[in-house]
Design a protein around this ligand. Structure first.
Ligand SMILES: [Zn+2]
Length: 303
């Protein structure tokens, strides 16, 4: 428990620092070309007794950009925004039907109301599922279309375990902050693109080419920095959280289904490249499978 708290504090602070750096370069750029004179900002800074200097304006604006959405992170709007930012959509047609069938098995077993949860489908090639915020579960399209309904239910039960154990709160905050860092990186990529197009014009072109390099270096640096908190999460990623989410699935009676679903995913992972396996969000599948099997077996003999 204390270990998890320590890990969360480290990850959240690092994510804040990295994204603060990135966002502050953006506001710095704005301030350079068009000095910011906003009435509400002047009033706010006067209220917190910070002198209205260009540097302070950049610092306060950057902090607000990251922290205000974090205060709103529990709202319906921010969670929808994050699902959108992670490329998830509301399921349609047959996908929706399969997902609802699987989810109703989970909710019936766990005694939960299915209408309290939002389900999403991500159109990526990997077999994966993840929980976002306090009532959203997303599964990838290959997982949904290739796996039997009962096994999908097993995987959903694990994700429901994360939601019920409140493991998703930190992830929600880090992804809220990172989405703004990513937004700035995207703006810089567009600026670089425009500068590179202009760089074909003689004389002015040399100038824009130099500036576009300046932006490119920044983009590389920022993309590297953005990976840092994520690496720390995986490094310290508590296997306990995974075991606990598995245990939840077992307790509501979907252990065997989770076992089969997880075996299916791990077979898919075995065919993945090394890099894809590194990025896969659920490590140490073999140990998890062993624990689930032990649980299911020991409870079968009792019954
Ligand atoms: Zn998990």
């Amino acid at each position: 428990m204390l270990y998890n708290l320590f890990r969360d504090v480290v990850v959240l602070s690092l994510t804040f620092i990295v994204n603060f750096l990135i966002v502050s370069t953006f506001w710095g750029l704005v301030e350079m070309f068009q000095p910011i004179h906003w009435q509400w900002l002047a009033q706010l800074m006067n209220y917190i007794r910070v002198p209205y200097t260009p540097t302070n304006v950049i610092i306060v604006l950057s902090a607000l950009t990251l922290l205000v959405p974090c205060l709103l992170h529990r709202t319906w709007f921010m969670q929808r925004y994050l699902c959108w930012a992670t490329n998830c959509q509301k399921p349609q047609g047959e996908a929706a039907e399969r997902l609802n069938q699987a989810m109703s098995i989970v909710c019936r077993k766990a005694g939960l109301d299915i209408s309290d949860y939002n389900l999403y489908v991500c159109n990526t090639k990997v077999l994966n599922a993840f929980a976002i915020g306090n009532n959203n579960i997303a599964v990838t399209l290959p997982l949904l279309s290739n796996m039997p309904i009962r096994e999908i239910a097993g995987i959903l039960a694990h994700e429901m375990g994360h939601i019920q154990n409140r493991d998703t709160n930190t992830a929600l905050l880090t992804s809220t902050m990172s989405s703004f860092g990513n937004f700035v990186i995207r703006i810089y990529s567009y600026i670089t693109l425009v500068l590179q197009i202009i760089s074909f014009i003689p004389v002015i072109g040399w100038f824009t080419a130099i500036i576009s390099w300046f932006f490119l270096i920044q983009i590389w640096l920022f993309q590297f920095l953005m990976q840092l908190p994520l690496h720390i999460v995986t490094m310290f990623s508590s296997r306990e959280d995974e075991y606990e989410a598995d245990l939840y699935a077992c307790k509501i009676g979907l252990g065997a289904e989770l076992f089969n679903g997880l075996s299916y995913i791990s077979q898919g992972e075995a065919q993945m490249g090394f890099a894809a396996r590194l990025l896969s969000s659920h490590p140490a599948t073999r140990q998890r499978l062993e624990r689930i099997r032990n649980y299911v077996n020991s409870h079968d003999t009792v019954v």
